[in-house]
Design a binder for this molecule. Structure first.
Ligand code: ADP
Length: 162
């Protein structure tokens, strides 16, 4: 089976992530969305169980998506899953520099390849960081996070920051 690992922090999932996941699901037999647990940066706006739950709800209609957490080296996670490669989304030219460096490093240390999907024009301006900024200030997240989880995401920000 052709499996791809789409890693990220997904703190929280956005419509930009879903755009990449949906398009990848038509190319690969299985897309594993891997939520990276970073030991150096254990805290975020959403806990690991919350990020996983938001992703699972948002991808519930897609049969070939698996949502998992992982820690440690990305290339080890690729091998442990039996995946073909890593998937990353590119929004802007500025995304490209660090992504190229990471892709080349990962290939150097392991032979694991990275494939990129260009963000759709409609969602390229959406980032989880901007969602957190707007959410913390009590803004409306319509069109920025999947509608199926918008209430949950907005109420978490409401409880913690207002
Ligand atoms: P963010 O960069 O939004 O904080 P992540 O670090 O979780 O999110 O990113 C995971 C992956 O999703 C990265 O490859 C990132 O470039 C990609 N991505 C994030 N937002 C978008 C978007 N709007 N369109 C396409 N890809 C995106």
């Amino acid at each position: 089976m052709q499996i791809v690992l789409y890693p990220g922090s997904f703190d929280p999932v956005t419509v930009g992530h879903i755009d990449v996941i949906v398009r990848a699901s038509t190319i690969f037999e299985q897309v594993v969305v891997g939520v990276l647990y970073n030991e150096q940066k254990p805290s975020g706006a959403f806990t690991m169980p919350e990020r996983l739950e938001l992703l699972r709800i948002s991808t519930a209609g897609l049969h070939n998506i698996v949502v998992k957490s992982f820690s440690g080296l990305l290339v080890d996670a690729v091998k442990n899953l039996g995946a073909e490669c890593v998937l990353r989304g590119l929004r802007t030219p500025e995304d490209l520099g660090p992504e190229l460096e990471m892709a080349r490093l990962n290939r150097h240390i392991s032979g694991v390849e990275t494939v990129f999907l260009a963000a759709s024009a409609e969602t390229a301006y959406v980032s989880a960081q901007r969602v957190r900024e707007i959410g913390r200030l009590g803004g409306c997240l319509k069109g920025l996070v999947p509608e199926a989880v918008r209430g949950q995401v907005e109420s978490k920000f409401h409880q913690e920051y207002t």
